[in-house]
Write a protein that binds this ligand. Sequence first.
Ligand code: MG
Length: 298
Amino acid sequence: MKLVTYEIEHKIKLGALSKDEQWIYPLSSMGVDYGSMQELIENISQSELQLMEHYCGFEWGRIRGAAPLAEIRLLAPIPNPRQDVICLGINYMAHAEESARYKKEEFSGERPFAVYFSKRVSQAVASGEGIPSHRDIVEDLDYEAELAVIIGKEASHVKPEDVKDYIFGYTVINDVSARTLQNRHKQWYFGKSLDGFLPMGPCIATVDSIPYPPKLVIQSRVNGELRQDSNTELLIFGIDHVVSELSQGMTLKPGTIIATGTPAGVGMGFDPPRFLKPGDVVECTVEGIGTIKNTVLE
Ligand code: MG
């Protein structure tokens, strides 16, 4: 099942996509009433999820308030994340190589430990919205298509084999990055966290809608040209490892977003680098979840 946050007639609502993905069914018409996706993730029961799944199989005419996808405005599924996004750095081998090449560093081909960093997000960007270029301070704007995991229940000291039980679902993010800011301040926080640097969506695919662990094609395109093309089965540190490791000393709350890293083919990986400029259209796609499409603003 695919869940969305959307706006219709100036009201923000939660919905589910119909099976043919042409319609949005408001959750309120299924008797599932939460004020936000965050609240839903924190409180939803298994029986409510089953009920929603059931309604998603109905024809649109049987759902009160059903709206064609084309007539609503999608928001990011979690428009205002409660906490910073937890990110994995260089978590695909081919991206580790291109990253080391760009920074003119030696790369041993070994990654004994995962690289974690965080990304501030006060407002996530919906598919269809613009990415600010921040041209006054950024000359090397870059894209990173990533699979993001959304935690569904409080996770503390979770064993790798139990991790799936703690996942609510998945979404697609673009870990937009300003490379100079990312690298010159020693920590990546600033260069990863400018306003508008987290396009997210178009939906949350619930955990049971995708075979676990996810082995999904992940791609990005700039102005239609394929730039990244990989598969999430190539993560160096998989979801089991990451959630289990972090939860050993850090309680992960429901709604926590973990971006699992990006494959090779980002702008800095080209020689010469191919950074984004105003007017460029970036699409990030993960199989089984969907595509987010954003234009770089002036
Ligand atoms: Mg990234």
